[in-house]
Design a protein around this ligand. Structure first.
Ligand code: FNR
Length: 381
């Protein structure tokens, strides 16, 4: 096997090991994918300041995100269908994150349930909520997240309707997956993936199946999901969720200064500057190009987190310098998971930690908590 040195090596391996329709589901953006591409490409426009002959011993990547200690300020982002990249994917990723000392965020649209993840972890994880039209279902999820002792609710605001992803439509990907001869061939050529999947059927979409009123089995799930995202979602709903939850709240999917201001007014604990990894509004600005403006606008009033396009520790450092207190990675950990399961997620985190640590040192700095614009030579705009 070729050495695994960077996130792209995990991506190549995942492409070989995960059936095409599920690999493509991760590796896709909406419509022309211009925002998806810009998320990664715009990091190259930011340049770090090289410093020399500075004492580089005793470096620390430790920090906090919403008051929780983290071994480095990088959390795993909520991603739907993670259990299709690898059997029991959410449970494996949560375990890898816990051992590494970084937060794991479980998506509403997961294969494994809140309870499944709670059964394999000992520390609290974060739960991501989509506000569906069925408010009883939403309340049920909140109660289950509380019962599982989740320490933060990540409320996603940028998916009131779904951005179209051509690859998913061309691949015939649906929830629940319906298998055509083409799909069966794709899976037959990935025997390792298939073998892993054999024992996991009982965990399929258990956040939803059996909990939403009209969803009793997998075949009723698809119709329910397609009509449940709420185009009328409003700031009043955010207030309502905040009240029902009563714990730490992170608002995900802010890409505009005015929306950031509204988010501050809700009294949430943090926002995530994010465009859903380029999967929603194609043609929107890259996430990293909006971070500085939003972080400057909100100042110290709310913690600012960031995601979108991070593929290295250098990218993490740039986001921290532009005002993020913490960052999230989506695809980098999914590629690790698809490539090698739990050790693959650990490898993705290790790659990023090593890059972040060495890059900070070459900038002549020792404490990640002090990252600031002063560490940069050039920034966008
Ligand atoms: C996502 N994302 C996402 N976000 C969310 O709030 N709930 C979800 O269920 C999902 N599902 C999902 C699936 C897949 C396959 C991807 C790639 C992404 C968005 C995710 O949380 C995050 O914003 C992006 O992944 C960040 O961009 P990168 O790190 O993937 O470039």
């Amino acid at each position: 096997m070729a050495p695994i040195l960077e996130i792209n090596d995990l991506k190549k391996l995942a492409r070989r090991r995960v059936p095409k329709m599920f690999f493509d589901y991760a590796d896709s953006g909406s419509w022309t994918e211009s925002t998806y591409r810009a998320n990664e490409a715009d990091f190259a426009k930011i340049k770090l300041r090289q410093r020399v002959l500075v004492d580089m011993t005793n470096r620390s990547l430790e920090s906090t995100m919403i008051g929780e200690k983290v071994s480095m300020p990088v959390a795993l982002a909520p991603t739907g269908l993670t259990g299709m990249q690898h059997a029991d994917g959410e449970m494996l990723a949560a375990r890898a994150a816990e051992k590494f000392g970084v937060p794991f965020t479980l998506s509403t649209m997961s294969i494994c349930s809140i309870e499944d993840v709670a059964s394999v972890t000992t520390k609290p994880f974060w739960f991501q909520l989509y506000v569906m039209r069925d408010k009883d279902f939403v309340l049920n999820l909140i109660q289950r997240a509380k019962a599982a002792k989740c320490s933060a609710l990540v409320l996603t605001l940028d998916l009131q309707i779904l951005g179209q992803r051509h690859k998913d439509l061309r691949n015939g990907l649906s929830a629940p997956p319906r298998f055509t001869p083409k799909h069966i061939w794709q899976m037959a050529t990935r025997p390792g993936w298939c073998l892993g999947m054999l024992g996991t059927q009982r965990r399929t979409f258990r956040n939803i199946v059996g909990h939403a009123k009209s969803v009793t089995d997998l075949s009723s799930l698809s119709a329910w999901t397609s009509e449940q995202f709420d185009p009328q979602l409003s700031w009043a709903d955010v207030e309502w969720i905040k009240k029902q939850w009563g714990g730490k709240l992170i608002l995900k999917g802010i890409l505009d200064r005015e929306d950031a201001e509204m988010a501050v007014q809700t009294g949430a604990d943090a926002i995530i500057v994010s465009n859903h990894g380029g999967r929603q509004l194609d043609g929107a600005d890259s996430s990293i190009s909006k971070l500085e403006e939003i972080a400057d606008a909100v100042g110290d009033r709310i913690e600012v987190h960031f995601d979108g396009g991070i593929r290295s520790g250098q990218d993490v450092l740039k986001a921290l310098c532009l005002g993020a207190k913490g960052t999230f990675i989506g695809r980098p950990f999914l590629y690790g998971l698809g490539a090698m399961g739990e050790p693959g997620v650990t490898t993705a985190l290790e790659i990023i930690r090593k890059e972040l640590d060495t890059t900070m040192a070459l900038c002549g700095k020792r404490d990640i908590r002090l990252a600031s614009k002063d560490w940069l030579a050039r920034r966008p705009g």
